[in-house]
Write a protein that binds this ligand. Sequence first.
Ligand SMILES: Cc1ncc(C[n+]2csc(CCOP(=O)(O)OP(=O)(O)O)c2C)c(N)n1
Ligand SMILES: [Mg+2]
Length: 356
Amino acid sequence: MPSKVIARFDVSYLQILDENGKVDKGLEPKLPREKLLEMYRVMMRARRLDERLLKMQRQGRVGTLPVSVGQEASSGAAAMAMAEEDWFVGSYREVAGRIAMGEEMHKPMLIYGGFEEGNYNEDIPRLLPLAVILGSQIPHAVGIAYASKLRGEKSAVLAFNGDGAASEGDWHEALNFASVWKSPSVFVVQNNHWAISTPLSKQMNSETIAQRGIAYGMPCLQVDGNDALAVYKATKEALDRARKGEGPTLIEALTYRMLMHTTADDPKKYRSDEEAEEWKKRDPITRFKIYLQGKKLWNDKKEAELEEEIKQEIDAAVKYYENFKEFKLDQPFDHQFGTEVASLVEQRAEYNKYAR
Ligand SMILES: Cc1ncc(C[n+]2csc(CCOP(=O)(O)OP(=O)(O)O)c2C)c(N)n1
Ligand SMILES: [Mg+2]
């Protein structure tokens, strides 16, 4: 059958800092030293917070929780590329990104302790609450972005989800309309290779998640998600484009969750120790530290001071959490809709008869 090629596409991959901490000088973003140090600080605070939360869960002080260990660059460095007026729409594995947005450490403690209050950041209105229903946050992200475009605001939305969530209908519908409406949105898929115990190979039959952006007509690329510089650069360029009215971008960040999906599972049951060991060598924090040391911006003394500062911050958050008494049992009813809904008023009243 005679045929001619009518379109060709390719997907590029960005890595700036390799797993040994060696930087590609040609691609290195020119960031001020304060920004680089803050990036390291954000990732370290997220790592130590996750570790403490895990201990608290094992001691029965908080309930089931996801941990983001290993994924600090893919959400943390991305969030650091945001401008003041941008929105953060996340899932549940963006501890570093949320910290970069200024979320206090007692908030996740409250959430995983079962207090709805942990989900509200009154002082950071552009940081949305966690979304656990996979992909459900992506239509919201596009809606916020489109609304901000209609209002003539110069803000963009940075949205996150996992590789598994990228199989949800919500995700595909949202990306399609993000592109059709040229909404100022940037989608970061944290591809950590697993959706609980389901490997990527059982989840999709395409070579990359990034290439789905081609189908929807938006720029797309794959980045080394454990390379904070690559994540930062790709996200910054995409957000700048979005704010200029040039539409959305899809970024696939290749990363790995080094620990369990949540504290309710045991990864040893479905993946090999060798695989996990391989990824340990690509730790985003280790390579960034080597990079900072190479620039003479970091040393053991600074590391010890930072560790102490983080320990104190986490200790204070635990104290706050353990003394938290201002909860409101009917708080989940507060934010269902912007206006009062008769059926909910009735349900709240009934609930309050029993709530203690
Ligand atoms: C719509 C929906 N289906 C199923 C679940 C149960 N569930 C929670 S997390 C998860 C796996 C998600 O994997 P991925 O999107 O790759 O994110 P990751 O947990 O790896 O960060 C599943 C199936 C859910 N929360 N929502
Ligand atoms: Mg995943």
